[in-house]
Design a protein around this ligand. Structure first.
Ligand code: ZN
Length: 302
């Protein structure tokens, strides 16, 4: 049985050996292209300079890691006007020049990354026998070309942190499709204004409750209606309520102190710490739960 069709190797490669080395299925092959072509001028080369073995990781076979050792040639380009005098013969589109993985492995990691993300993707690739890292998965995703942003009448704009609490960027979302439209490098008014200026079709800008994004919208999208988004409204409402409750709480404490001073303590009461009033405890518990909910909300957005 011919091995090459099973491994789905391209026509220009001839398998010379298959063996297990360090628990990796190692396939040795040699390039059998008749005349490698110069990558600059495309002229077939007649003279070989030297030979070189490329080590390339391929898709796993039945969960077994696969390594290709492919012998390729370095050739002379004899075209007088060509800038490339010596070149390494190409294996494209099977392997990109200088790549250490096959294009099909690259694409599989990219697809898994898109479906699962970095951390979950690494669990899946481990089970499939693909050795990679979550950083590699993320790099594959980021290498994908981004689609141009078409006409978008309604946007939501807000900041986020590339590094928690240190470096901030801006995210722009289509309010109709809920898809991310763009990610801007910072959260300054100028950067956001430049983005909005390129979209004269804007009708609604949903933003935080003022500041740079409002200034950007006033400057570059004066035709658009600005509104505060639900998250910031609720966040501001929560802070306002917290302030009101804190004032009531302080007054409540003062009243309790006055009452406790006016009422002599019994011997038993005087020994231990004062017990919290049930309503006081209830307010404290409510504040604690609210802080926890805010924390979880913020963590969920990161
Ligand atoms: Zn050439």
């Amino acid at each position: 049985m011919k091995v090459k069709p099973v491994l789905a190797l391209p026509e220009g490669l001839e398998v010379t050996a298959i063996e297990m080395i360090d628990e990796v299925l190692t396939i040795t092959a040699v390039s059998i292209q008749v005349y490698p072509c110069c990558p600059l001028c495309g002229t077939p080369a007649l003279r070989v300079h030297s030979r070189y073995t490329r080590q390339i990781t391929d898709l796993p076979c039945s969960g077994q890691q696969v390594r290709l050792l492919v012998q390729v040639r370095k050739c002379f380009c004899q075209v007088p006007g060509c800038a490339r005098k010596i070149f390494l013969e190409r294996l494209t589109p099977f392997v990109e020049p200088w790549a250490r993985v096959t294009r099909r492995l690259y694409q599989i990691v990219q697809i898994l990354g898109l479906a699962t993300g970095g951390r979950l993707g690494i669990r899946v690739t481990d089970r499939l026998g693909i050795q990679t890292s979550r950083h590699t998965i993320l790099r594959r995703i980021m290498a994908l070309p981004t689609e141009p942003v078409g006409e978008v009448p309604q946007i939501g704009i807000d900041d986020f942190s590339f590094r928690r609490g240190r470096k901030f960027g801006t995210i722009v979302v289509d309010l109709q499709t809920h898809h991310v439209l763009d990610v801007l490098a910072d959260r300054t008014a100028d950067t956001s204004a430049a983005w909005m200026a390129a979209h004269p079709e804007l009708e609604i800008v949903s933003r935080d409750r003022g500041g740079d994004y409002a200034a950007a919208a006033y400057k570059s999208a004066p035709q658009a209606v600005q509104c505060a988004d639900r998250f910031h409204l609720l966040a501001n409402l929560g802070k306002a309520l917290e302030g009101v409750l804190a004032r009531h709480l302080a007054a409540h404490r003062a009243r309790i102190d006055q009452e406790s001073r006016a009422t002599p303590l019994s011997p038993v009461q005087g020994k231990g710490p004062p017990k919290k009033h049930p309503k006081h405890a209830e307010v404290c518990q409510a504040k604690r739960e609210e802080r926890l909910a805010q924390y979880q909300q913020v963590v969920a957005r990161l």
